[in-house]
Design a protein. Structure first.
Length: 378
């Protein structure tokens, strides 16, 4: 069977629009995709003549790199599966998939409008090559695409006319080239530890990997998800006066929000690695540190806040006699829209109203731990 004898070599056509310009649409029609595929086939044959012995598959859709670099590479996996279904020899061994009635033939080939404003748009391609040719062809692509992979003039002109934009560059990259480019981009913005975990999830999903964020938050990849040290646990290991520790805590939550946003874009789940009972829902993390105790006031919700960041954590606490406050749980809203669901979850769990007491700062106790006022707020 063809599916057993052809190996997939993933590549991509990278479009860099002139600053301030963006394609008016993110997919090509079936006819447009077929036209573009024929132009690309000529370009690739010029760069690497052995391409003629493989089947070229194209998805007529423009993606951001976070959509392509996801565990299992679902866009390429879908493209390869669809291409294998087309009888060999049809369409001169060039297979293109475009939109019909506004929809691509499979959901993974639908670009998300959430990422439509990125500085680079990527059109996924795949070469399905016989096993005897695949290794040699892969090596040739790695050598020639990165060195001289600019698209031909006809291809670039067709894209600009069809998409109605001006393009600074149009070039072919192997998937390894795209991985390397993304690595450099993440390192440039101080996110190298995140890339270490993401790379493991993409290329060696069965292998565990650990790293530490720039601010010292412990991170671990295993079993298809990223585990992060609890911000409260991280806080417990810090030194310095209360003001310094409160400021550092806000910084660690800010960093965690950055990581959470990118991991979500790459569709890699984020969870707490705390030994305590934890939960993770869309946009927030929640850890339980103690059970409700008798002899204390009913639990209440307190918001730790920081300038420019809003609510960085919610502490559920009980007040007791003798001027004490007992923390029961800490929640961390990682997205603005997650605050409401987090409050609702805590109110439901503890059987209280979703009334949030704003502290106006990150409040720590005399041990430097997240805490709450010992007297009622009015």
């Amino acid at each position: 069977m063809e599916a057993q004898t052809l190996l997939a070599l993933p590549i991509v056509l990278a479009l860099e629009p002139v600053a301030g310009e963006a394609p008016a649409r993110m997919t090509l029609s079936r006819d447009e995709a077929a036209e573009l595929a024929e132009l690309i086939a000529v370009d690739l044959h010029t760069l690497v003549p052995q391409v003629s012995e493989a089947r070229l598959a194209l998805a007529g859709a423009l993606f951001d790199q976070v959509e392509l670099l996801r565990p299992g590479f679902p866009v390429w996996a879908t493209l390869d599966e669809l291409a294998r279904r087309v009888p060999r020899g049809q369409l001169d061994n060039v297979v293109a998939f475009g939109s019909h009635d506004g929809h691509m033939p499979a959901q993974p080939l639908e670009p998300s409008p959430i990422f439509a404003d990125g500085p680079m748009r990527l059109l996924p391609l795949s070469l399905l090559a016989p096993a005897a040719l695949a290794e040699e062809l892969s090596e040739l692509l790695e050598i020639h695409l990165v060195g001289r992979g600019e698209a031909g003039t006809l291809t670039a002109d067709w894209l600009m006319r069809t998409l109605g934009i001006r393009l600074e560059h149009v070039r072919y990259l192997s998937r390894n080239d795209l991985l390397a480019l993304t690595c450099v981009q993440y390192e440039h913005v101080n996110l190298a530890p995140l890339w270490t975990l993401l790379e493991a999830a993409l290329l060696a999903p069965q292998r565990a990997e650990s790293s530490m964020s720039a601010r010292g938050l412990s991170l671990h990849y295993a079993d298809g998800k990223v585990l992060t040290q609890s911000p409260a646990q991280w806080l417990a290991a810090q030194t310095g006066d209360v003001t310094q520790r409160a400021h550092a805590f806000a910084g660690i939550v800010f960093e965690l929000r950055q990581y959470a946003a990118l991991l979500d874009a790459h569709q890699l789940p984020l969870r707490l690695q705390s030994a305590a009972q934890t939960e993770a829902e869309a946009g927030y993390l929640l850890e339980t540190v103690a059970a409700v105790a008798p002899g204390y006031e009913p639990p209440a919700l307190f918001a730790h806040e920081a300038p420019g960041l809003g609510v960085v954590a919610i502490t559920v606490a009980q007040r007791g006699e003798g001027g004490t406050a007992r923390a029961l749980a800490h929640g961390y809203p990682l997205q603005p829209q997650a605050l409401g669901p987090l409050l609702a979850r805590l109110a439901d769990r503890y059987g209280i109203a979703a009334e949030l007491h704003a502290l106006g700062r990150v409040m720590l106790d005399d041990r430097g731990q997240l805490s709450a006022p010992v007297t009622a707020l009015h």
